[in-house]
Write a protein that binds this ligand. Structure first.
Ligand code: GDP
Ligand code: CA
Length: 330
């Protein structure tokens, strides 16, 4: 059996778990990961790309498994020097991690494409999957709180997701162009997968790069998402509160509504099987599995369930399967 080209849209921690699971199926799966870059920011003069680094470190088996981000065995001596020098050091950056940010920043200053830099870092660190950026342009999620607009990392790390989210925007999205690599990966995909990442701040910025949402809507292959919600709650992070703030239920049906026209099937947790009826009413095929991923075996099991669900998708472009946008284009 030839390998399937699987394209995964992913944020950081939740995205990396499924990426590792799919990478473990490398006898059947050729994995390309399109990662979120809207959490990127500059710290101490260096360009930091948290979700791409989490994906890279996870797939290279260099990640700190307890935290789910950062490198294992990576002390923070550089950061403590910056603290001594009076710098703001709420963004955790380890010493080896700093090395990577120096490399990335130097290459960017030389004018290399961020896509090419990310792929080179992946290769150098031993990642087998292909890492793709949705855009080479700078896009940044901004969060509106009662105190005004702040950057995503200020909200997520400095404020520990405490402020109520009033609105979200993606600075730079109007001018951002898709990378040819991301459009080619989608065009060549046999299966499209949306990771159990934060729909609003990890997946939406990828979908919002002009051409990407449209390419997914026009797909001729099945698209499967994994819900980041178990029992109506996130495993970690603010996605449940954020979904509610934006008028979506933090549940399988809420995710399916958010991804309207972009997915054919949704994998939900076995404990949430009562959501099946509502999902089927939305025209979404349902798969269930234990979606809490801790060990590599858990991750591979969820990845298997995703691929099985994609294979079961009766994917025919009949008019009733088309979203309104597709119907208009058909
Ligand atoms: P971030 O960029 O590091 O915030 O990570 P992502 O956006 O990729 O993922 C965050 C989401 O992953 C959260 O909404 C979590 O609920 C979800 N998540 C984390 N671990 C798991 C897991 O083991 N199973 C499922 N189903 N979701 C998870
Ligand atoms: Ca992120």
């Amino acid at each position: 059996m030839s390998k399937q080209n699987v394209v995964l849209l992913a944020g950081g921690v939740g995205g990396a778990k499924l990426a590792e699971g799919l990478a473990a199926l490398n006898k059947r799966v050729n994995l390309t990961v399109i990662g979120n870059v809207a959490d990127d920011d500059e710290f101490h003069g260096l360009w930091v790309s948290p979700d791409i680094d989490t994906l890279t470190y996870s797939l290279a088996d260099l990640i700190d498994r307890d935290k789910g981000w950062g490198l294992k065995e990576d002390p923070c001596n550089a950061l403590s020097m910056l603290t001594s020098l009076g710098q703001d050091t709420w963004m955790n950056l380890g010493d080896k991690d700093f090395g990577l940010h120096i490399f990335r920043t130097l290459k960017r200053l030389k004018g290399e494409r961020p896509q090419v830099i990310a792929a080179e870092i992946g290769r150098s660190l031993g990642v087998d999957a292909t890492l793709v950026l949705p855009t080479d342009d700078v896009i940044q999620t901004r969060v509106k709180t009662a105190q005004g607009w702040i950057s995503f990392q200020e909200y997520f790390v400095r404020e520990r997701c405490q402020p109520t989210v009033l609105a979200l925007e993606i600075a730079g999205i109007d001018k951002a162009q898709p990378t040819p690599e991301s459009l080619a990966a989608i065009a060549e995909a046999d299966v499209i997968v949306i990771a159990p990442s934060n729909p609003l701040v990890s997946i939406n910025p990828i979908l919002s790069v002009v051409g990407i949402r449209e390419a997914l809507q026009m797909r001729k292959v099945p698209a499967v998402a994994v819900s980041p919600f178990i029992g109506g709650k996130t495993v970690k992070g603010p996605a449940d509160k954020m979904m509610q703030a934006m008028g979506f239920d933090p549940s399988g049906p809420g995710v399916a509504t958010y991804y309207d026209g972009l997915i054919d099937a949704l994998l939900i947790d076995s404990g949430d099987s009562q959501e099946s009826e509502a999902l089927e009413a939305l025209g979404i095929m349902v798969g269930t599995a234990d979606t809490l991923m801790q060990s590599l075996a858990d991750k591979a099991q969820v990845a298997e369930s995703v691929i099985d669900l994609a294979e079961r998708c009766d994917f025919t472009l009949s008019p009733e399967n088309l979203s309104s946008g597709e119907r208009a284009l058909a």
